[in-house]
Ligand binder design. Sequence first.
Ligand SMILES: *Cc1c(COP(=O)(O)O)cnc(C)c1O
Length: 236
Amino acid sequence: MESETGDSVARRVRLVLENIRRAAVRAGRSPAEVRLVAATKTVSVERIQEGIAAGLSLLGENRMQEALAKMACLKDTPVRWHFIGQLQRRKVRSIIGLFDMIHSVDSVELAQEIDRRAGEGGITQRILLEVNMGGESTKAGFRPDAIERQIPILGALPHVRIQGLMTIPPPAPEAEEARSYFCGLRELAGRIADQEVPSVTMQELSMGMSHDYEVAIEEGATLVRVGTAIFGARHV
Ligand SMILES: *Cc1c(COP(=O)(O)O)cnc(C)c1O
């Protein structure tokens, strides 16, 4: 029997996937270039399972403890996990090897710590660099005017693979207000790719959330991180 909420999660997953497809087509892109990362912080395992049944295959978590608990419950489910939350250096050790991708690498020091711990664990960790496009003093992230200089240092880390950039634009009521930040991130990724630093690729742009993912796709997003539009408002 399907609960009322369950039904609505399934319906919203299908709606978001359809919106993603349409936004890609509108932008002359292949829908296959855009992947949906369901942002599942505070969402129960039951609701996540309803989402998976409706087509979610990639989950983004913000907190280590919460992610570990959910991974244990969903270990027989064919989903992949991305880490999208702020990561403290002292927590890096416990996350190595659990996530396909870490979206939120916001400093050289954090990248170096991930490199060190990945090396100890005998793995290579895929990461994205978070860029503070709005220059907000309250927000973490690389500065857009400094990151190009830092790329050679980051590219030299042997146990991380930098695969692209991520951003969270300043909050704005209208999705259109985010467009210039998304466009700016795409252009920045282009300039970094032109540096041709070995082992650095700019194949992923993680940008766009519930209220602006369609604009982000029009501007080149390959990973959109969507929570509320699928699971409803968070009450925590
Ligand atoms: C929660 C979260 C999202 C999703 O936000 P919604 O507005 O609920 O879609 C995306 N990215 C990050 C980093 C988040 O923490």
